[in-house]
Design a protein around this ligand. Structure first.
Ligand SMILES: *[C@@H]1O[C@H](CO)[C@@H](O)[C@H](O)[C@H]1NC(C)=O
Ligand SMILES: *[C@@H]1O[C@H](CO)[C@@H](O)[C@H](O)[C@H]1NC(C)=O
Ligand SMILES: *[C@@H]1O[C@H](CO)[C@@H](O)[C@H](O)[C@H]1NC(C)=O
Ligand SMILES: *[C@@H]1O[C@H](CO)[C@@H](O)[C@H](O)[C@H]1NC(C)=O
Ligand SMILES: *[C@@H]1O[C@H](CO)[C@@H](O)[C@H](O)[C@H]1NC(C)=O
Ligand SMILES: *[C@@H]1O[C@H](CO)[C@@H](O)[C@H](O)[C@H]1NC(C)=O
Ligand SMILES: *[C@@H]1O[C@H](CO)[C@@H](O)[C@H](O)[C@H]1NC(C)=O
Ligand SMILES: *[C@@H]1O[C@H](CO)[C@@H](O)[C@H](O)[C@H]1NC(C)=O
Ligand SMILES: *[C@@H]1O[C@H](CO)[C@@H](O)[C@H](O)[C@H]1NC(C)=O
Ligand SMILES: *[C@@H]1O[C@H](CO)[C@@H](O)[C@H](O)[C@H]1NC(C)=O
Ligand SMILES: *[C@@H]1O[C@H](CO)[C@@H](O)[C@H](O)[C@H]1NC(C)=O
Length: 698
């Protein structure tokens, strides 16, 4: 006994003496900037909890039953079947989610972060900005930056080169404050403290290879858009019109969702310099705007990683009227990552949205003032919609950074009033700049098409795309509960028939099992059920549109960097394919086909919204119903899918959308909206034959 007692004491003493494992999260707690290595050490310090892993996989696997595109995405048709990357060729979209989730389920991971990265990249490989998995515990918890965003420029002789953006230092020093000194101090030799002299430098190699090796490797993982060219473009910096001002998007090179890269080595040739310089720039990781403060691993986890009271849906018929009200007026949990200003559940139900979900929050980095339009926008402008008249007094511009804004009605009025004002000022031509427009209200897309073009068969009553929704067994059950058992008496749910219309645009009655008759399809060898064809629910609009179009289609041009998605695609595709409006993609690699939009969808939603439907009709106990998330995750899906214009039985999602014109970017023009609008106006409107600078894409 005594011996045992002594042994026990010795064991206790040894345990006490053994160093307590370092808390890698405590080490960086409270710091705004850390190295990617430090951030990783903290994020990798959590082991996989089997029950949490199983829970996440089960929720994801069951929720994608409501995502329209699962079977299509196993192998997308032309033009997304084969892309030529720098070192290899690869399908743009070939991801079997069910198969990959089964693989992930079997696999062991060193850490929960490693598990999440596998899930994250599996969904990113869909290249579908609607269908994503974002974990607030890891995604954009720390965002990694370099002070050198890159651009792709075309010289006078037609040569294309990657450059450090000419505005790099202005942007970085304004945004990063004193942290800029970190990079100033690590520049080698005579460049120390001379970060500004890197502005505009030509980048000869990245990590000793042609820059496009890195560009294409990024295109492989960045996701968001089906088109390879658009994903290449995501690497570079760009601008867009935000709700409160002009914003700067750093691009995937200079801004990263995860702290996975430590340094990058660049070989550069600075402006007016004959020497070749080699600089090795470390990334720095900044605590994200939505990340919750912590003091150690335990509080990191408690504050950032557990499901919150917004992660999962609510039974709208079990909560008090005040909670119901509160729930419906709060921004959707997914809103932080949606490429639109946050809107509430109630607003999203009254005005359905179709919007991209990024793993990075909307940028809040300002476009340097000297690059912004110097003339004030017209007073009719509102929020993300800004109107300008160019110096030629004939070209009006609508800069439209999103299809949603806080006030639907004010937004709708602004679009009409602004275009009318441009006309009254003498504008006969219109440039619509939708650069980085990730979508928003479906009916605003229809409205803009309708008022620009006027009353025609292509704009009334349907100014968008007919759609269909996936009608698996759970969706059918939800509809039956609503229709047969009257379980949505206050019409709060998306699966309620009354807010949708049939293919003749006649609203369904409350008694209609509106998914039927089902369409029994076989997609990539898999049987799949979809609803009958659905029409539009936007018209008649709340505001009376003018009978006559405000502009003639041939005098309208839509421009972007290709990153126009979702409701922005609904608008651009109907304008281009139905009305013959020309589309321009600004920038992009010469030999890569440039699509003027992508990720069409039809209507997007998320797990918490679907979960609210399931809970409200009391189907949560059904074996098909996903359980509640235990983790702080948002899952986006495409809920309705638009039918193609040229091939009415196929989705528009995988149709070709080649830009009519590709406008190469120059040092003088890049990321300067007015210079780009003037170039487009001069070249596209003034000349009958395409000028030499322009490349015809079709
Ligand atoms: C989080 O920490 C930062 C800096 O340490 C502080 O400025 C901020 O107020 C804190 N936020 C909250 C919600 O406590
Ligand atoms: C996902 O759900 C399908 C049924 O839709 C099931 O056959 C499969 O086993 C599930 N996969 C995983 C990984 O749970
Ligand atoms: C480069 O040289 C040109 C011509 O001398 C000059 O106009 C320009 O300001 C110089 N640029 C820089 C960044 O030094
Ligand atoms: C959710 O939790 C927050 C604080 O954690 C609280 O302020 C809010 O009222 C809660 N919302 C609901 C709908 O329970
Ligand atoms: C636009 O609004 C500003 C400030 O309200 C005002 O000073 C200006 O006169 C207005 N411009 C026009 C053309 O109405
Ligand atoms: C445009 O209108 C302004 C003010 O009316 C005038 O000063 C300017 O000369 C006009 N520009 C052109 C190109 O006609
Ligand atoms: C939204 O804008 C309209 C004007 O179109 C205005 O009447 C209404 O009060 C605004 N709503 C809110 C909540 O600000
Ligand atoms: C839509 O509903 C109306 C009214 O029930 C019906 O007359 C019409 O045929 C329906 N259209 C289609 C395409 O089913
Ligand atoms: C759906 O189509 C498949 C063949 O593609 C067929 O085997 C199956 O019976 C059909 N199901 C229904 C419900 O029509
Ligand atoms: C499609 O729906 C029919 C009728 O409800 C059903 O028999 C069939 O199993 C469903 N197929 C799939 C793949 O969901
Ligand atoms: C689910 O089933 C459990 C036990 O079978 C029951 O207690 C619970 O009320 C059910 N929940 C719903 C939402 O039907």
């Amino acid at each position: 006994m005594a011996l045992l007692g002594i042994l026990a004491l010795v064991a206790l003493a040894t345990a006490k003496l053994a160093p307590t494992p370092l808390d890698h999260c405590a080490a960086i707690a409270g710091k705004q900037w850390v190295s990617p290595l430090e951030a990783r050490a903290c994020m990798h310090s959590f082991p996989v909890h089997t029950n949490v892993k199983e829970n996440i996989i089960e929720v994801l696997n069951k929720t994608i039953a409501m995502h329209t595109s699962v079977n299509y995405q196993i192998s997308a048709p032309k033009p997304f079947d084969k892309a030529r990357y720098y070192l290899f060729s690869c399908n743009d979209v070939h991801e079997d989610l069910h198969k990959d989730l089964a693989r992930i389920r079997q696999q062991d991971y060193q850490s929960e972060f490693e598990f999440h990265l596998d899930v994250f990249h599996t969904f990113r490989r869909l290249n579908d900005g609607h269908c994503v998995v974002i974990n607030y515990c890891y995604d954009s918890l720390y965002i990694s930056y370099l002070p050198t965003p890159l651009v792709l420029l075309t010289a006078a002789d037609g040569q294309q080169n990657v450059h450090i953006a000419p505005e790099a230092f202005t942007v970085a020093s304004a945004e990063f404050g004193e942290e800029i000194e970190f990079w100033q101090s690590i520049l080698p030799g005579k460049l120390r403290g001379q970060l500004e002299t890197l502005n505009g430098a030509q980048v000869l190699t990245i990590n000793d290879q042609d820059p496009f090796v890195t560009v294409d490797m990024n295109a492989l993982v960045t996701g968001g858009y089906q088109s390879f060219g658009t994903r290449q473009n995501s690497f570079f910096s760009s601008y867009y019109r935000g709700a409160n001002g002009w914003l700067y998007q750093m691009g995937n090179f200079a801004q990263q969702v995860h702290p996975l890269t430590d340094v990058v080595k660049l070989t550069i040739k600075r402006v007016n310099s004959t020497s070749i310089d080699i600089v090795t720039l470390p990334y720095r990781s900044r605590f994200g705007r939505a990340s919750k403060n912590f003091t150690d691993s335990a509080s990191y986890r408690a504050n950032n990683c557990l499901a919150t009271n917004e992660t999962n849906g609510v039974d709208m018929y079990a909560v008090s009227p005040s909670i119901r009200q509160q729930t419906s007026e709060k921004p959707l949990p997914i809103a932080y990552f949606q490429q639109q200003p946050p809107i509430s559940r109630k607003e999203a139900r009254r005005h359905p949205v179709n919007v991209l979900v990024d793993a990075l929050p909307l940028s809040d980095i300002d476009l340097p003032e000297v690059m912004q339009p110097s003339e004030p926008a017209l007073n009719e402008s509102y929020n993300v919609a800004q109107f300008y008249m160019l110096n030629d007094n004939a070209t009006g511009v609508l800069a439209l950074g999103s299809f949603s804004a806080a006030n639907f009605s004010a937004f709708q009025h602004s679009l009409l009033d602004g275009l009318v004002k441009l006309k009254s000022l003498g504008s006969t031509r219109l440039v619509v700049d939708v650069t980085n427009n990730g979508g928003g209200f479906i009916c605003i897309a229809h409205w803009l098409h309708r008022i620009i073009i006027g009353s025609k068969a292509t704009t009334e009553p349907q100014a968008g795309l007919d759609t269909t929704i996936r009608a698996g067994p759970l969706a059918q059950l939800i509809v039956r509960r609503i229709v047969k058992d009257d379980m949505d008496p206050d019409t709060l749910l998306y699966y309620n028939p009354t807010q949708w219309t049939n293919a003749s645009h006649v609203p369904f009655t409350a008694e209609t099992e509106w998914l039927n008759p089902l369409q029994n399809l076989t997609i990539n060898g898999h049987e799949d059920n979809f609803s009958q064809r659905l029409g539009q629910e936007c018209q008649p609009f709340d505001v009376e549109p003018p009978q006559k179009g405000l502009f003639i289609a041939k005098d309208v041009v839509i421009i972007s960097n290709g990153r126009c998605a979702s409701s922005c695609s609904l608008f651009s595709i109907t304008m281009s394919k139905l009305e013959g409006v020309r589309t321009v993609v600004v920038g992009g690699k010469q030999e890569t086909p440039q699509q003027y939009c992508g990720v069409v969808g039809g209507q997007s939603t998320d797990f918490s919204t679907i979960d609210t439907e399931i809970k409200s009709v009391r189907l949560k106990n059904n074996t098909l119903a996903p359980p509640d998330f235990m983790a702080n995750i948002v899952q986006g899906i495409t809920w309705r899918l638009g039918y193609a214009i040229d091939d009415p039985l196929e989705p528009e999602e995988w149709q070709n959308h080649p830009a009519d014109i590709n406008l190469p970017l120059t040092m003088e023009m890049v990321n300067r909206p007015v210079a780009i609008w003037e170039a487009v106006s001069n070249e596209v409107f003034r000349t009958a034959t395409p000028p030499p600078l322009l490349v015809q894409n079709k």
